[in-house]
Ligand binder design. Sequence first.
Ligand SMILES: NC(=O)c1ccc[n+]([C@@H]2O[C@H](COP(=O)([O-])OP(=O)(O)OC[C@H]3O[C@@H](n4cnc5c(N)ncnc54)[C@H](OP(=O)(O)O)[C@@H]3O)[C@@H](O)[C@H]2O)c1
Length: 256
Amino acid sequence: MGSFDISGRHVAITGASSGFGHHFAGVLASRGAKVSLGARRVDKLDVRVQEIRNNGGQAAPFALDVRNSDSIRAFIDAAEAALGPIDVLINNAGVEAGAKTYNMIDEDDWDFVMETNLKGAWLTSKAYTEKIIQGKRKGGNIIMISSITDTRTIKGQFPYAVSKGALTRMTEVMALEGAKWNIRVNALAPGYVLTDVSRILLESERAPEFVKGIPMRRFGEFEDLDGPLLLLASDASSYMTGSVIAVDGGHICASL
Ligand SMILES: NC(=O)c1ccc[n+]([C@@H]2O[C@H](COP(=O)([O-])OP(=O)(O)OC[C@H]3O[C@@H](n4cnc5c(N)ncnc54)[C@H](OP(=O)(O)O)[C@@H]3O)[C@@H](O)[C@H]2O)c1
């Protein structure tokens, strides 16, 4: 069995200033990984990095806007200069456009969500892959943070759900193409956990009804992602690529 040990590995996380990314940084650092945290709100990254260092971990904060390819390259370069070659990239940065149906969103909503959730994940993966190819490295590991909206439909989350459907397909195609350089590409597809992205739904009047649709009858907690995250980030998943792991209390198995 491959090891779950990630000590000494360098993990770069996009969107680490709040929510999942903020949590993942702490979990991975507590297991001995070196973590690079990227996001636009650098003040929040600074606080998180200080917390991790106070707990004995290694971490560094970097300004990052995944809608801008120059910013992405600067993030990858600076992270590698600070903590060494990136072993694992987590494409986690994500946004939503409010409770709107496809006829209600405008072009700005579409561009904002697609450029962050989809184009950003591609551009960051591309910049990371170039490092691996140019450096003739042994391989790489990319983890996408998708969503159960990648396979099931939901009203009022357009274009978020569209971006996640495409992100899952991006995971699969990158797995196919990246195998040539021993780059593994997998995704976590979380169910609903209360964060700024999901607040619009989980704090709405629909929430009690919504939770009834989850076989385990509760929303997720950040900690529910820890085991699957460690699996994908470590050699324990060394024969996995193109896989999408749902972590959702059975939500995608809900009765029709
Ligand atoms: N919460 C859920 O129930 C749920 C379920 C399934 C999947 N997800 C996914 O989990 C991921 C994280 O979301 P979250 O729920 O943890 O919400 P969150 O707390 O709002 O976190 C989103 C993160 O993305 C970052 N971000 C947004 N735009 C960015 C940009 N242009 N460049 C760099 N970073 C950017 C934000 O940082 P800055 O604003 O500082 O840039 C923030 O750190 C998203 O991909 C989301 O779709 C969430």
